[in-house]
Design a protein around this ligand. Structure first.
Ligand code: MN
Length: 532
């Protein structure tokens, strides 16, 4: 256990979550010192002052809030260190859980210890002088320990020095809005984006919500599926209140595998309906690039981005205001069972969602690692490369999940916090990949052109760019039997039966029942990438 991990033990104990194999509150060392003040309406309203120290957030609960008033002496109760993942949390903690209530990011910025290089020791000794450079708070503060209360919690005082930043009578309650989103606690409580499940390990605790509601989708009913099965070659399917017109349902889209039947458009439509609850979390709020095979996958497919004029009115669209002449203006956003089914009927076999979420299309939410096999790369080589990434990411304490592509390769998806650019993710993935490439130079080529790669694999970091995309989890691939891309557990890389195209639209639901989706807990996880 590292020092920082030890310091999180109290946080974990308080929240009483069961021990899991997933990282719980992984503390990532970082050179920068950040601070945050969260305004937290729980049983009692208070402000939580948190200073980044040695990879965790040293924390004090300040009932009246920090102030610039140099005459004020505010009670500050020293509470347990919080995990770094909590840094920019703004949202709701469910009632009944520890700290149940609503939280906004009231102020944030950087901080600097004064008269010490070892703030952790200064805190142990009970006196810390520090400068804050935030959006609301600035100047020199002092935290000094006084006493313990009846429950054994340390009571400290928080003071502001009478410096250039001091303001007599300054009251934090006069500045109620979040510096992250401009919202008040009341507004966040009314329409939270994020839930903090304090019963889960910190890395999984931030659960992203849709506007005002949990984003999850019910599967189609037996009755709805029965209507599809009973349909002749065409018809109108009413699915969760939306009507989709279906055509050419018995057209073969995928040739058969050795021991099986060919896969028809009806099969793909049905698959999109039943996989929707698993697949939509990766598609919602993102523009999608379609790879269409309307005449079947043994004919050449083509990329299609612009929403056609005959698309149903209810299909969610996003208009790219920055589109140049000849560029796609109107993208589809797949956010319902009906939309996913419409895509199948449209011959959109492969769905490639953007790496960024609307409306911030220049901010990736995933860093993507693509192990792209060459002609001479066999799957054993791909697994060797994936295991090297596994070792590197574990060493860096970065949470990520591999997925087989359904064709020949493996990708690794790394969730990241808001605020990174595509330059950041591309550079980071390139650095990790170059290090891995150096350990197995006989397997990897860095040549841009495929014909100069001598059949070797490429560790492709260039997909970390706006409007560059990888295949969505659970999307079908254009090959016999309709194989699908499937997230796997890391230890499945050691399974001799693993194949990149092991699961098809006919078998992946059973796989999900048995093994779940190991990538799902990482969706929306605000992970900082460690400096390399
Ligand atoms: Mn609190």
């Amino acid at each position: 256990m590292s020092d920082a991990q030890q310091r999180l033990a109290t946080y974990r104990a308080k929240r009483d979550f069961s021990v899991t194999a997933e990282p719980a509150g992984t503390a990532v060392a970082s050179g920068s010192r950040r601070f945050v003040v969260q305004r937290h309406r729980a049983r009692r309203r208070h402000y939580d002052l948190r200073l980044e120290v040695d990879g965790v957030l040293a924390s004090w609960a300040v009932p009246k809030g920090p102030t610039l008033d140099p005459r004020a002496r505010q009670l500050a109760v020293h509470v347990e260190d919080h995990p770094i993942e909590y840094f920019d949390f703004e949202g709701v903690i469910p009632k009944g859980q520890y700290g149940g209530g609503d939280v906004i990011v009231w102020d944030w910025g950087t901080w600097q210890p004064v008269r010490t290089d070892d703030p952790s020791k200064a805190i142990q000794r009970g006196e810390l002088h520090f400068d804050l450079d935030g959006e609301k708070l600035g100047g020199r503060f002092v935290l000094v320990r006084r006493d313990r209360d009846r429950s054994g919690k340390e009571q400290w005082l928080l003071l502001h020095k009478d410096d250039d930043h001091a303001r007599a009578g300054w009251d934090p309650e006069d500045h109620p809005r979040s510096v992250k989103t401009g919202r008040t606690n009341e507004e966040v409580a009314a329409a939270p984006d994020t839930l903090w499940r304090s019963d889960l390990p910190a890395g999984e605790a931030a659960i992203r919500l849709g506007p005002g509601s949990v984003r999850s989708w019910d599967p189609p009913t037996e009755e709805e599926l029965g209507q599809l099965d009973a349909m002749d070659g065409r018809g109108r399917w009413l699915l969760q209140g939306r009507e989709v017109r279906l055509t050419n349902l018995d057209k073969v889209l995928f040739p058969a595998l050795a021991r099986g039947a060919p896969v028809t458009k009806r099969d793909l439509v049905r698959y999109h309906a039943v996989i929707a609850p698993w697949m939509l979390p990766y598609l919602v709020d993102r523009p999608v690039n379609l790879h269409r095979y309307p005449e079947g996958v043994d004919r050449p497919g083509f990329w299609h981005k612009e929403v056609p004029s005959h698309a149903p009115e209810w299909l969610t669209r996003w208009r790219n205001e920055e589109a140049g002449p000849g560029e796609t203006e109107c993208y589809a956003v797949v956010d319902s069972l009906a939309a996913l089914v419409w895509m199948a009927n449209f011959g959109a076999v492969e769905l490639n969602p953007w790496t960024s979420r609307l409306p911030r299309v220049r901010e990736p939410t995933w860093a993507l690692i693509d192990i792209d096999p060459g002609e001479h790369t066999n799957f054993d080589d791909v697994v060797v490369l994936a295991r090297l990434y596994r070792t590197a990411l574990a060493h860096l304490e970065v949470a990520a999940t591999p997925k087989v592509t359904g064709k020949r390769g493996v990708q690794i998806w790394v969730p990241i916090a808001p605020g990174y650019t595509f330059d950041d993710t591309r550079t980071w993935v390139e650095k990790v990949s170059r290090a891995i490439g150096r350990t197995v130079p006989d397997l990897v080529s860095w040549e841009w052109h495929k014909d100069r790669r001598n059949g070797l694999a490429r560790l492709d970091y260039t997909q970390n760019a706006i409007n560059k995309t990888l295949i969505a989890p659970f999307s079908a691939r254009p090959a016999p039997g309709a194989p699908v891309s499937v997230p796997i557990h890391w230890d499945e890389l050691d399974d001799p039966d693993l194949r990149p195209d092991r699961w098809t639209i006919g078998t992946v639901l059973d796989r999900l029942d048995a093994a779940g989706d190991p990538l799902a807990p990482l969706i929306g996880r605000p992970q900082r990438l460690p400096a390399l």
